[in-house]
Write a protein that binds this ligand. Structure first.
Ligand code: GCO
Ligand code: MG
Length: 403
């Protein structure tokens, strides 16, 4: 089973997606998600110029060898562009492996360890009342877990607010990055009030999550965690930027609110200390950004040794192929925690047809062979790439801060 063709397709049905299509000599076609939000063309060029020529003629069934070949063979290791490119190849090869034997990928990973994949939805609003009502809407449609984000009073814009009534939050836009202003004091004052109101109105019968989106220092994160303890959060996400893994010790010493981190990580080395010192409760690496199913499974296995559960990143900028790949892992591993799910903007459904479906707060994989997402290349070509950036953040005095 040799690879005879490798093509990278960039499309913008509502937002940009990069898809790798591999074809074998017996006509099997596999797909991988190579989308890196705001830096899409770097991965496209990495794949097209440096990886696709290496794939032609390779045995498609040698997934582990191809992973090692691309990782060790580049000499330059790690990094989001490299690891997203390797991730796309890896997922496309798992897709081919499943299609070659007519079985869904999770069955090749040892079969289902649970009935479905519990997801959390994204509630948001312009104030507390609107956010509570939005969270209630998710609970009414069967969600068992909801993340809440609301506009912080006094700030013009706040991370995590959805425009419109759909399920999708899309922060990337514009031909240049939007400038946003951040104020930690205003945020720390507001979030406990938001969370208290959600619990007062909606009770404790569901998992409640919140994303601090890398904005706090470890001490500030400790204070927030402590303030939220009475409301029994499922997690606080990305409390502080996590390049400094040891910084989580300080947060941990000050609060028992569970901690989740990892959406910007791309290898096991980014979270080795966080996991082995039990500094976090949930690891959130995403299959497309962390070297595909092969490497993400290693991260999750390491986490399992230390009682850390998974909570994979699943925003709209992970394509349905990336989401489906995550679901195959989620359903088969021992230490699954939760899966983020936002759904995709309408035109994306013309390009991608996922086999998974929502029911009762969970996503359920179909028994389609492989990853189980169909990709319409002709439809993709109707939506050419558009340059888009994530916003940037500044403090009130103009200093750059983390977005
Ligand atoms: C999340 C994330 C996203 C990111 C986005 C950046 O928890 O889903 O924080 O909202 O901001 O994926 O590309
Ligand atoms: Mg996040």
């Amino acid at each position: 089973m040799r690879i005879v063709d490798a093509e990278v397709i960039v499309t913008c049905p509502g937002r940009n997606y990069v898809t790798l299509e591999l074809t074998t000599d017996d006509g099997i076609v596999g797909y991988g998600d190579a989308t890196l939000n705001g830096r899409e063309l770097a991965v496209e060029a990495y794949l097209r110029e440096h990886v696709c020529p290496l794939l032609i003629g390779r045995d498609a069934s040698r997934i582990n060898d191809t992973w090692q070949y691309l990782y060790r063979g580049a000499y330059w290791r790690r990094g989001p562009v490299t690891m997203t490119a390797i991730g796309a190849v890896d997922v496309a090869l798992w897709d081919i492996a499943g299609k070659a034997v007519g079985r869904p990928v999770y069955q090749l990973l040892g079969g289902a360890a649970r009935d479905g994949v519990t997801i959390y939805g994204h509630a948001s609003g312009a104030d507390i009342a609107e956010t509570v009502a939005d969270a209630a809407r998710f609970l009414q449609s069967g969600y068992r877990a909801v993340r809440v984000q609301a506009k912080v009073p006094g700030l013009e814009s706040t991370y995590g607010l959805r425009a419109g009534t759909g399920l999708t939050y899309e922060p990337a836009g514009g031909d240049l990055p939007a400038d946003e202003v951040w104020d930690t004091e205003a945020y720390l004052d507001f979030v406990p009030k938001l969370v208290a109101a959600v619990r007062d109105e909606l009770g404790y019968g569901f998992h409640l999550l919140h994303d601090a989106h890398h904005r706090l220092t470890p001490l500030e994160a400790g204070r927030l965690g402590k303030a939220l303890e009475p409301y029994r959060m499922f997690w606080i996400e990305d409390a502080t930027p996590a390049e400094d893994q040891a910084a989580f010790r300080l947060i941990r010493q000050h609060t028992v609110t569970p901690l989740a981190v990892g959406e910007v990580f791309n290898t096991i080395w980014d979270c080795q200390q966080l996991i082995s010192e039990r500094l976090i409760d949930y690891i959130r690496t995403a299959v497309p950004h962390a070297g595909g199913i092969t490497h993400t499974r290693r991260i999750f296995d390491l986490a399992d040794l230390y009682g850390v559960r998974t909570g994979s990143h699943g925003p709209g900028d992970v394509s349905p192929i990336g989401i489906a790949a995550a679901l195959h892992l989620d359903v088969s591993i021992a230490n699954f925690g939760i899966q983020e799910y936002m759904s995709h903007l309408e035109p994306a459904n013309e390009v991608f047809t996922p086999g998974y479906r929502y029911a009762d707060g969970m996503l359920h994989l179909s028994d389609e062979p492989g990853i189980g997402v169909r990709f319409d290349k002709q439809a993709a070509k109707r939506y050419p790439y558009q340059r888009r950036y994530l916003p940037v953040n500044r403090l009130r005095d103009g200093s750059m801060h983390n977005w």
